[in-house]
Design a protein around this ligand. Structure first.
Ligand code: NAD
Length: 289
């Protein structure tokens, strides 16, 4: 398959490398990055010309819309535009409609698994779009990831991603504030883990990604809270969840509060550049307001 890959940053570069390793012909374009081993085009439109599948892995919805305007007129009829970025649901739907109106297939296929998953080819793809477009790109999902869930029509992938990450942000905050309370009550952290991880308060945040250093499985807490999943990326996803909640008229008070707390942590405190589980040392330092 001839694949164009647009956006070769921390995630895109290793994803493209895995497609090349599997024998696909990949032409890339990025406004800044020039990763080794990828043939680069002079523009996004040049990369997209003649491609069977164009994959985009870009920072946000505004950039995706701008890139879509450039590449959709250049793509050949029947080709598929597959956006793997995390963007707002409205941009995902708008780009899909624009692509389909031009006779193309379109998928929104955001990922979870981070840069480790991108490098190891173990990402999970959450996909929105038609059955036909999904079937075309599935062999590529199998190379870049361990699982691709076809969630529904255009926008369904982004919807699944932000709902999942809204739960994650809320449960991480709840886990961190509970650890900080337990500290102040004189409870040993290991005992707290032993109880909660096998009781009704368990969650992925506690059991698989414990925010307390030296407790539970290895996690960024054991590495000075170096990300991992950075607090500012969690903030991005929580903001997208609130943008979607706004446009769908959904009441999401916990998601709203989680977004406000991560905003404060990232923009007004020392959270930027730390893992999102560094909410624990943040709560540890604080008293009741
Ligand atoms: P990144 O900033 O490292 O990469 C984005 C790349 O896009 C950059 O190389 C940039 O130069 C390029 N770019 C920007 N504007 C462009 C344009 N107009 N044309 C072509 N290239 C352009 O970001 P990343 O960490 O690779 O993340 C990419 C996407 O994946 C984001 O939407 C992010 O939310 C999502 N994501 C990231 C992670 C993670 O752990 N990093 C995990 C899951 C999802």
């Amino acid at each position: 398959m001839y694949i164009a890959f647009i956006g070769l940053g921390n995630m895109g570069a290793p994803m493209a490398a895995n497609l090349i390793k599997a024998g696909h012909s990949v032409t890339g374009f990025d406004t800044q990055a020039t990763p080794a081993g990828v043939t680069m085009a002079a523009s996004a439109a040049e990369a997209a010309t003649g491609a069977d599948v164009v994959i985009t892995m870009l920072p946000n919805g505004a950039i995706l819309r701008a890139v879509a305007d450039q590449i959709i007129p250049a793509m050949k009829s029947g080709a598929v535009l597959c956006d793997c970025s995390t963007v707002d649901v409205d941009s995902a739907k708008a780009v899909a409609a624009q692509a389909e109106a031009a006779g193309l297939g379109a998928l929104d296929a955001p990922v979870s698994g981070g840069t480790g998953g991108a490098t190891n080819g173990t990402l999970t793809f959450m996909v929105g779009g038609s059955d036909a477009a999904f079937a075309t790109v599935q062999p590529l999902f199998d190379i870049m990831g361990q699982k691709a869930v076809h969630c529904g029509a255009a926008g369904a992938g982004q919807s699944a991603k932000i709902c999942n990450n809204m739960i994650l942000g809320v449960t991480m905050i709840a886990t961190c504030e509970a650890f900080a309370l337990a500290d102040k009550l004189g409870l040993d952290r290991q005992k707290m883990f032993d109880v909660v991880s096998t009781s009704s308060g368990y969650s992925w945040s506690m059991n698989a990604y414990c925010p307390a250093p030296g407790v539970g499985p290895q996690s960024p807490a054991d590495n000075g809270y170096k990300p991992g999943f950075a607090a500012e990326l969690m903030l991005k996803d929580l903001r997208l969840s609130q943008q979607a909640a706004e446009s769908a008229d959904a009441d999401t008070p916990m998601g709203q509060l989680a977004a406000a707390l991560y905003q404060q942590f990232v923009e007004a405190e020392d959270g930027k550049g730390t893992d999102f589980s560094a909410m624990l040392p943040r709560f540890e330092k604080r008293g009741r307001a």
